[in-house]
Structures are given as structure tokens and as C-alpha cells.
Ligand binder design. Structure first.
Ligand code: ZN
Length: 400
């Protein structure tokens, strides 16, 4: 008989390995364990010493694989009387959580894998039910990221993310300075954002100096109602994206007016107009763009306006920024196009948040990262069916 022992592979303090069975092909191993009687049982719930044994039972749990063998531990354990909790609870053997069907060390391994692999991949890799894998990942995520630290927030960025084509949105709040996500909420209403602000104490809310966002009235309202000292800063990217939609409308209008021959030039020009002019490389595309711009003064002008619009966000002085904004608005109004005028009015209504950028040069750009990561997270988190799980995965992805 060999003197080699497998016991060192199971360094669990409170249990003794008393036997093992390995299948002939070494594909499965069954380890038998029982509590080490030198230790007095302790309560799983409160960690206090138990006052007596209620009953004995056993369970079979998966452990890390041992060589080629999927390994199970069948462990006897006690249900104990706990004077502290005044109840009957499972004893803590530091081997398994009462609700997880795997050892703690396997659970931690699953948690690590879920950071890089999808739930299905992990489940397949280990030969474990995907629901178990997901529950384990969620359990540890809740422990590590369930309560985002809301102390010392000063600068925030708020944005929405679209989770299904069309209408399903989530509101996401970023601690701008730390780069952490501190809130994910259903929909993109004022109520959604207020729910986050209500988690903060009055003094915490007073300390928030600035919030970067899109010109989205519900978010503006929530900030105005709840954050007495916060300056709103509108994000350049969103404003330019809005203006690009105006360019599109102008183009469509001009197209409707154009002759048949000119219409050929317009064809396929939408993406050329929306593209940054510097990025139009192909000679034939350049020629098409040139013709198109010459063909129509209005399109030419809105293109120039788009470039100039970005420039307003570069000022450091409030008075210069205000002047540049007014200048831009006058230029845009001179075109006398309805969709452009609507945009100008919208911009003027929100001028405070454009000029505030001089004091707080902040943006929602970091939240674009959420949109990029979201596809990956969605895959890992089994879509959006479990919003809490999805939220925790986002917290984790942005925790650095
Ligand atoms: Zn207890």
C-alpha cells in the first residue's frame, strides 16, 4: 500500500478526509469527509460557538477537479443549536456556503472565470449547470460590488444606454474623477435619476459640483431638483450628434428640391456628409462631395456650422464662449431653415450648460465605454433578463 496521501490537497481546517474512491478511468473522484472533532462546531449564520448538536446529515458538493477527475466531496455535518441566533443552523466547516452546491474554493474559481468567459462557457467547461454558475457569480459580485461607495462624489457624468433596439433604456451614472459606475437604473426618466440622488445624504448632494450629460430634460430636472450646487455641463458629442441629424434633414430637403440629374449626385451622399471631411479619402468620393457642396449652398453652410459648433466647446473663458455661441446662432439663423432654427432655439435654451463647460471641462465620453462593453457584458450576463446581475457586471467591469 502506498504511503502517499491526498489529504494535503484538501487543506480544510475543520474537516478530516476519511476516504476516497476513484473511478477506474480516473474521470471521477469521490472524497469522503467529516468534521474534525477537535473543533467545536460554530454557527454558519453568526460565527458563534454552537450550544449543541441538533442532528447529523450529509451533502455531496463539487470541488475543483483533481488531475483528470471531476471531484465530489461527500461531507457529513451537523445542524446545531445556536443560542446567539436562537435557532437551528448548519455548522460552518469553512468548506461550503449553505446555499451553494460547490466548495468555496470552486465557487471562487467560477467567479474568476466569469470575469472573462460567458456563463455558458464556464458551465460547459466545468460540467456544471449554468444556473449554478450564474448564482455563484452573482453571489460574489453582490458581495464585492453590491454597494457602490457613494462617499466623496464631486463630479458626475450621466448617460442613457439602449439595451434593446428602440425603447428600452438604462440610466448610468459615473463618478467622473474615479471612473467608476455608481448607479444603473431602469428607464431614463427624472424619477430614475432621483432614485440615485435619494441614496445620498443632503450633505453628500450639496458637495456635487458638476454633472455632464446630454440635453435631456428629465435628467436636467432631476439635477435641478436634487443637487443644489451642481452645474450642468452639456456633452459636446451629443450636441454634435443632434446637429448631424439636422444636417440629414437639410440634405433630404435639398434632395426633394433637386433636378433628376442632380439627384444622381445626391445618391449615397448621406454618409459622406456625416463623415468627418478629413476622413473622406477616396478621390471619387471627394469629387462627389465637392459637387454636392457646390450644388447646394445650404448643405455647404451646415457643414461649416458643424465644424464651428465643436469650436464653442474649446473656450476657457465664459464671456468668449457666450460670444462664440451667439455668433454661431446668428450665422445658423441666417440660413432660414426651419430644422436649423429649431436646433438654434434648443441650443439657446441650454446655453448655461454650454458655457459651464469653461469651469468644468467634463464630458460623458467615458460612458461611451459602457456602450462598447455592454455587448460583451450582455453576452456574459445572459442578456438583460436579470437586471441586477447585469448591473453588478457593469460595476465590476468599471471597477478597474
Ligand atoms: Zn448563530
Amino acid at each position: 500500500m502506498s504511503v502517499l496521501s491526498i489529504a494535503p490537497y484538501f487543506p480544510f481546517r475543520r474537516i478530516k478526509i476519511i476516504g476516497q474512491t476513484v473511478t477506474p478511468d480516473a474521470a471521477g473522484a469521490h472524497i469522503h469527509a467529516e468534521p474534525d472533532k477537535r473543533f467545536q462546531p460554530i454557527c454558519q449564520v453568526c460565527g458563534q460557538r454552537a450550544s449543541g448538536t441538533h442532528s447529523w446529515t450529509q451533502r455531496r458538493i463539487r470541488d475543483l477537479s483533481f488531475a483528470t477527475a471531476q471531484t465530489w466531496i461527500t461531507c457529513r455535518y451537523r445542524k446545531v443549536f445556536c443560542a446567539h441566533c436562537q435557532g437551528i443552523h448548519v455548522e460552518d466547516l469553512e468548506l461550503f456556503h449553505p446555499y451553494l452546491r460547490v466548495t468555496i474554493r470552486l465557487a471562487r474559481y467560477i467567479y474568476q472565470l466569469c470575469r472573462f468567459m460567458t456563463v455558458t462557457e464556464v458551465a460547459r467547461h466545468l460540467g456544471i449547470d449554468w444556473k449554478t454558475v450564474k448564482n455563484i457569480d452573482k453571489f460574489y459580485l453582490e458581495h464585492d460590488y453590491g454597494q457602490p461607495d457613494l462617499k466623496g462624489l464631486r463630479i458626475l457624468a450621466v448617460d442613457e444606454i439602449s439595451i434593446r433596439k428602440g425603447h428600452n433604456y438604462l440610466t448610468v451614472v459615473l463618478d467622473f474623477l474615479a471612473g467608476r459606475i455608481v448607479f444603473v437604473g431602469k428607464k431614463r426618466t427624472a424619477k430614475t435619476l432621483k432614485r440615485f440622488f435619494n441614496q445620498l445624504s443632503i450633505s453628500q448632494r450639496k458637495k456635487i459640483e458638476a454633472v455632464a450629460m446630454d440635453m435631456w430634460d428629465p435628467f436636467i430636472k432631476a439635477v435641478n431638483d436634487k443637487l443644489p450646487n451642481a452645474k450642468i455641463v452639456f456633452d459636446l458629442f451629443h450636441v454634435v450628434a443632434n446637429f448631424s441629424r439636422v444636417i440629414d434633414k437639410v440634405r433630404n430637403r435639398e434632395y426633394r428640391k433637386a433636378s433628376k440629374e442632380d439627384k444622381a449626385v445626391f445618391k449615397g451622399a448621406k454618409y459622406l456628409l456625416l463623415k468627418n471631411r478629413r476622413n473622406v479619402r477616396k478621390q471619387s468620393h471627394r469629387n462627389q462631395l465637392k459637387k454636392l457642396l457646390a450644388l447646394n449652398q445650404a448643405i455647404n453652410t451646415v457643414m461649416i456650422l458643424k465644424e464651428k459648433l465643436k469650436h464653442i466647446w474649446t473656450y476657457r473663458s465664459r464671456s468668449w464662449a457666450a460670444k462664440a455661441l451667439d455668433h454661431w446662432c446668428n450665422l445658423a439663423r441666417s440660413l432660414n431653415i426651419r430644422s436649423v432654427n429649431t436646433f438654434v432655439n434648443m441650443l439657446q435654451r441650454h446655453r448655461y450648460g454650454i458655457i459651464n463647460r469653461c469651469d468644468y471641462p467634463i464630458h460623458t465620453g467615458k460612458l461611451e465605454g459602457v456602450n462598447n462593453k455592454i455587448k460583451v457584458i450582455k453576452r456574459k450576463a445572459y442578456g438583460f433578463h436579470d437586471l441586477r446581475y447585469f448591473t453588478l457586471k457593469i460595476y465590476q467591469a468599471f471597477s478597474n
